[in-house]
Design a protein around this ligand. Structure first.
Ligand SMILES: NC(=O)c1ccc[n+]([C@@H]2O[C@H](COP(=O)([O-])OP(=O)(O)OC[C@H]3O[C@@H](n4cnc5c(N)ncnc54)[C@H](OP(=O)(O)O)[C@@H]3O)[C@@H](O)[C@H]2O)c1
Length: 254
């Protein structure tokens, strides 16, 4: 069955695990023809995502890159090269807290890495891809922000939260610039997803505390977030521009 995804090429950053892996597989199942899968330190997991993408009928190509330094971002953009021309759908998903650090504990180096990975990479990967979408007069970009952008994040996550607030602002500003050229930009803002991210950075007690304040009575899954990203990429979302969609089971309502 042909649909708006048929024949499309999608680039998903951070596609080795979690939300990015679920999104890549969901886009392949929706009908995308070609998935460019970025990863950093998990080549085996990225290979598993590629296998699931191929099972769904799309081609998959792996692209490595540490996006937590400016040099790494530049090297990734360089390696992306001519492939950037073909990207119809860009999902800027790669991101991490890297480590919790309160005000006094934050070093200049960690501050830069958190900002580079979560905000600067989104800007410059979009800078590499968007001009080709503009030339074609079509394209969709989804950034992955966070509930932390709205609530300042948990203890030790303040710089990460600020980087995610930048990502939500990028969605609005880029949308304003690109929508007249047929390119839609939005963001999805997950609440607490019960995945590797929190297995690494949060305790069970912290997750249980979120759960108690979540009307739906469960934490989000990778697939919950992936489903909203695919929706934002679809024609059903054609009039949604510059929005950040909160996906959190009701844990945060505005
Ligand atoms: N989990 C949550 O509750 C939650 C909530 C709000 C927002 N988010 C956001 O959702 C996005 C996906 O996170 P997730 O929950 O799926 O986390 P995850 O399971 O930890 O996956 C993170 C992804 O980002 C990549 N990544 C990590 N460090 C990187 C680096 N230095 N350079 C390039 N890529 C790097 C990882 O690649 P490798 O494994 O190959 O290193 C992995 O593919 C992130 O932007 C995160 O901030 C998550």
């Amino acid at each position: 069955m042909r649909n708006e995804f048929t024949g499309r090429t999608a680039l998903v950053t951070g596609a080795s695990r979690g939300i990015g892996a679920a999104t890549a597989v969901a886009l392949a199942r929706a009908g995308c023809a070609r998935l460019l899968l970025h990863y950093a330190s998990s080549p085996e997991a990225a290979g598993q995502t590629a296998a699931r993408v191929r099972e769904a009928g799309a081609s998959a190509e792996l692209l490595a890159g540490d996006l937590s330094t400016e040099a790494g971002i530049r090297a990734f953009v360089e390696a992306l090269g001519e492939r950037a021309r073909a990207v119809d759908i860009l999902v800027n998903n790669a991101g991490s807290l890297l480590q919790r650090a309160r005000l006094a504990e934050m070093s200049y180096q960690l501050y830069n890495r958190v900002m580079d990975l979560n905000a600067k990479s989104v800007w410059f990967i979009t800078q590499a891809v968007a001009p080709h979408m503009v030339r074609r007069g079509s394209g969709v970009i989804v950034h992955v922000s966070s509930i932390a952008a709205r609530n300042g994040g948990g203890l030790g996550a303040t710089v990460y939260a600020a980087a995610k607030a930048a990502v939500s602002a990028f969605a609005r500003g880029m949308a304003r610039e690109l929508a007249p050229h047929g390119v839609r930009v939005n963001a999805v803002s997950p609440g607490t997803v019960d995945n590797d991210f929190h297995a690494r950075f949060s305790t069970r007690e912290m997750l249980d505390a979120v759960l108690r304040q979540t009307p739906q009575g469960r934490l989000s899954t990778n697939e919950d977030i992936a489903g909203v990203i695919v929706f934002l990429c679809s024609d059903a979302a054609r009039n949604i521009i510059g929005q950040t969609i909160e996906v959190n089971g009701g844990a945060f309502m505005i």
